[in-house]
Design a protein around this ligand. Structure first.
Ligand SMILES: *Cc1c(COP(=O)(O)O)cnc(C)c1O
Ligand code: SF4
Length: 346
């Protein structure tokens, strides 16, 4: 067994231990654990121990996850209806999300796929993946495949290689993306062997998920740097989380540090309307005001797009501060500093 597999196996999953370690009520954790899975890697426990409240809130289960709210859905993006075969979401004609793993190294309490990640109905067999690959092979408009889950890197290198080989044999699949939070939650997973494997399947983008500068510890930095050195482009998505990173200076620091590591901040996500996550959700105004403060001071390469994945499966749209004041012959545009600037046309 590889080192990372040992570490994965030794993650904290027991409500009793979790309660003891964090001074919580075991009964509460048992209640939450009956509905949503519990798992935290030793790496994350260490980050929390080093004074990381923004980390603790992302991973330590809370009774608030059991709050019910009629505005929320277990499947807000309507993914199940957009699945022509199990564990494959086909929303945009050209791209599919292929869910290849049902579990994660550590469970983020705000996960959009909380309804099933780590649960019994997300046991994904190799046969399921093959059916997904057959669907992709039959749909020639699909030019990009996003491997997701769960965390695809919970799979062994051998299994991952097999899937990548099969994808490469489908002529119309031009680009592959792998979405994984391993660099944050189990940086030991990013081994030299994995870097070699991924670098031999170009063009392949590694999409990771840092939410707070405190996650950029030496081991995580090393994990990302080894991917970049191997020639694997690393891009990042961040979820905007109330009380954790809903602050322009925190996100400025995060995006700048990622930029310095050659990790391109890609998306800043508005939280989806997922059941059990309302305590993390910010208002749209918060994200818009943050984006307004980032544009200008932060390198353009380090500014992500703030997006909302629309309820009902209508897809992602950018939500931006209003820079266009008026259009027409004498258009007026608003500068980042607030000045209205004339822009004459024809
Ligand atoms: C987010 C998402 C994609 C990828 O969208 P991009 O804007 O290209 O990053 C593709 N399919 C589904 C179902 C998604 O949710
Ligand atoms: S790593 Fe991703 S899929 Fe897994 S729990 Fe976190 S947000 Fe959900």
């Amino acid at each position: 067994m590889d080192d990372w597999q040992q570490l994965h196996r030794h993650s904290l999953t027991d409500p009793h231990q979790l309660a003891e370690q964090f001074g919580l009520k075991e009964a509460d954790l048992v209640l939450v654990g009956a509905r949503y899975p519990l798992r935290i890697t030793t790496h994350i426990l260490q980050l929390i121990a080093n004074g990381g409240d923004p980390i603790a809130q992302q991973f330590i289960p809370s009774l608030r996850e059991l709050t019910t709210d009629s505005a929320l859905h277990s499947d807000p993006l309507n993914e199940e209806a957009l699945s022509p075969v199990p564990h494959l979401v086909h929303r945009y004609p050209q791209r599919v999300l292929l869910l290849v793993a049902g579990s994660c190294f550590s469970y983020c309490r705000f996960c959009t796929r909380k309804r099933k990640v780590g649960c019994q109905d997300m046991v994904i067999t190799f046969g399921d993946v093959i059916k997904g690959l057959e669907y992709i092979a039959q749909n020639s408009q699909v030019n990009e495949v996003i491997l997701s889950g769960g965390d695809p890197l919970t799979m062994s290198d051998a299994l991952l290689r097999d899937i990548l080989e099969r994808l490469r044999r489908i002529p119309h699949v031009e680009v592959v993306r792998i979405g994984s939070r391993a660099p944050v939650v189990l940086p030991e997973r990013i081994t030299p062997a994995l870097c070699d494997l991924l670098s031999s399947y170009q063009p392949l983008y590694f999409l990771t998920h840092f939410n707070h500068p405190a996650e950029l510890c030496p081991a995580s930095i090393e994990a990302c740097t080894s991917l970049v050195r191997a020639g694997v482009p690393v891009v990042n998505q961040t979820v905007l989380l109330r009380g954790i990173n809903d602050d322009a200076s925190i996100l400025h620091e995060l995006f700048h540090k990622l930029h310095c590591l050659c990790i391109r901040p890609y998306y800043l996500h508005q939280m989806d309307l997922t059941c059990g996550t309302s305590h993390f959700r910010t208002r749209l105004e918060t994200g818009i005001a943050i984006m307004d403060k980032l544009r200008g001071p932060l390198s353009g390469l380090a500014v992500p797009t703030f997006i909302v994945d629309l309820p009902g499966g209508h897809g992602k749209i950018p939500v931006t501060p209003a820079y266009v004041h008026s259009l027409g012959k004498q258009a007026k545009l608003r500068a980042a500093d607030g000045t209205l600037v004339d822009y004459p046309q024809d």
